[in-house]
Design a protein. Structure first.
Length: 484
């Protein structure tokens, strides 16, 4: 038995143990880097296919946060997304509020506690059907200010707030390279919708905002949503009901969907919005089918506009948004369960999806397209077989000379196949599939809104309901169909 006669030494040892425990407890992950290539975010050296769920922390009480995050994880989310809300965090200039519903640090740490990543969309203009778009009211009283353009008073205030948030996250060790959950940041918000009205000053503002954000040294990638002229080191992303046809402004950037609108907000006296889960699942499956890599539900939990936080004309207190988790924190069925099964099927395909580079598309008609990655033989009705090779773009001349005539006529106007392989070799036409391949996943789509389609793929027959995607994680068995 060791007896400490020197109480000072004992106290020092206890302090050291406490500090060590505190440091360990603050690390939610082993520190890891986040980069990206043309295919996906690269997390700790590995490409990832990511499902994200939007939860705005001020639209729920702190008591609700743990359960909301847990339900999101159970539903298949890898990432939690939220805006920051400037007018909630700085209601009076220079006086900050990070308590209660605005305790951003606590919320991000809870996400990390659950082993999930975090997408922090700083803005600081966020729209979000939030009062004044998130801007504090005092901002308009600053002499000479003009919002969201190349205006020095505005840029000064914006930079001060964005710096405050980034510094706070760094101080709390919440970035990935510090062992925290934050893997991605956003600057501005849907500015492309209005940039043109500012002329050259709008373009200059976009470049300034991007450079300002990058100069903060956050150590994770930045995105701009709905910003087709996002500068080179900023990833431009899609916000819409459907983003399967979206491509970023550079072949070196991954395809990211920052807002998949699974419902909509409600106005006084208006109808409650509803988006059928079958359509939502179809949109998600199509996004990953056609080369997408990160999809975020706006919203996964909508919540409540407390007090006077609701923005826009006659928006009601409820921000339920027809989300998978309803305003009260309960699972909204069948939406939550259907999406959970969808996410599980997509995860079964992740190995092949990350191994394949960007799928190659070939338009064969107004509503026809075929995409392949590597050794693929597509069997269509009648048993005929055609193949195409890895990395190959087929020229218009080849199409005109009838090389793909049989494929066009047999596939039809509304059937599509996207196949992903891992560790395959390039071939020319008339390839066959090898059972020894290490990973193969296929997505079979019927984009006809009214008619069921029957196709034969790899010698097996598949029935595709209208407006649906069947996911085959092993290129053989259907794990999930978006319409069922």
């Amino acid at each position: 038995m060791v007896v400490f006669e020197n109480k000072a030494i004992l106290k020092l040892l206890l302090v050291c143990v406490f500090v060590q425990f505190s440091v360990s407890a603050a690390n939610f992950f082993q520190p890891f880097n986040v980069t990206y290539d043309h295919r996906a975010l690269i997390i700790d050296g590995k490409r990832r296919m990511l499902i994200s769920g939007g939860i705005h922390y001020p639209r729920a009480t702190p008591q609700m946060w743990p359960d909301l995050i847990a339900k999101s994880k159970e539903g298949g989310a890898d990432v939690i997304e939220s805006y920051t809300f400037w007018n909630g965090h700085e209601p009076v200039r220079g006086q900050y509020n990070f308590e209660g519903r605005f305790d951003l640090v606590k919320f991000v740490k809870l996400v990390g506690d659950n082993g999930l990543y975090f997408l922090l969309r700083i803005g600081p203009y966020v729209c979000a059907e939030w009062n004044f778009g998130g801007f504090p009211v005092w901002l308009r009283d600053i002499p000479g200010i003009e919002f969201r353009t190349d205006n020095e008073p505005f840029k000064r205030e914006m930079q001060r707030f964005v710096t405050k948030i980034v510094d706070l996250m760094r101080e709390e060790k919440l970035f990935s390279w510090q062992g925290g959950p934050i893997i991605l940041l956003q600057i501005e918000n849907e500015y492309g919708n209005m940039e043109g009205s500012y002329g050259q000053k709008g373009k200059d503002y976009v470049r300034w905002a991007a450079n300002m954000a990058l100069a903060l040294g956050a150590g994770v990638p930045w995105v701009m949503c709905k910003q087709t002229d996002a500068p080179g080191d900023i990833i431009d992303t899609c916000n819409n009901y459907y983003c399967d046809g979206y491509k970023p402004n550079s072949p070196n950037k991954p395809t990211i969907w920052t807002e998949n609108w699974d419902g909509w907000y409600t106005s006084w006296g208006g109808r409650l919005p509803h988006r059928p889960v079958e359509d939502l699942a179809f949109a998600v499956a199509r996004f990953f089918q056609r080369g997408g890599s990160l999809m975020n539900y706006y919203m996964y939990f909508g919540g409540t506009n407390f007090g006077r936080t609701s923005g826009g004309p006659f928006y009601i207190t409820s921000y339920d948004y027809d989300a998978p988790i309803d305003e009260y924190g309960l699972r909204s069925e069948p939406k939550w369960g259907h999406l959970k099964d969808l996410h599980a099927a997509i995860k079964l395909c992740e190995r092949a999806l990350v191994a394949a580079d960007s799928p190659q598309y070939m338009k064969l008609g107004p509503r026809q397209e075929v995409c392949a990655r590597s050794k693929v033989a597509l069997f269509v009705r009648g048993g005929d077989k055609v193949g195409w090779s890895d990395w190959s773009y087929f020229s218009l001349r080849q199409i005109q000379f009838g090389l793909f005539t049989s494929l066009t006529s047999l596939i039809g106007n509304n059937m599509q196949a996207h196949v992903y392989w891992e560790n395959t070799q390039s071939t020319v036409l008339n390839t066959t599939l090898s059972e020894s391949q290490s990973a193969c996943s296929a997505f079979l789509a019927n984009i006809d809104e009214h008619n069921t389609a029957t196709v034969t793929f790899r010698g097996k027959s598949y029935s595709l309901p209208p407006w649906s995607v069947s996911i085959l994680p092993d290129c053989s068995n259907v794990a999930f169909n978006t319409a069922k």
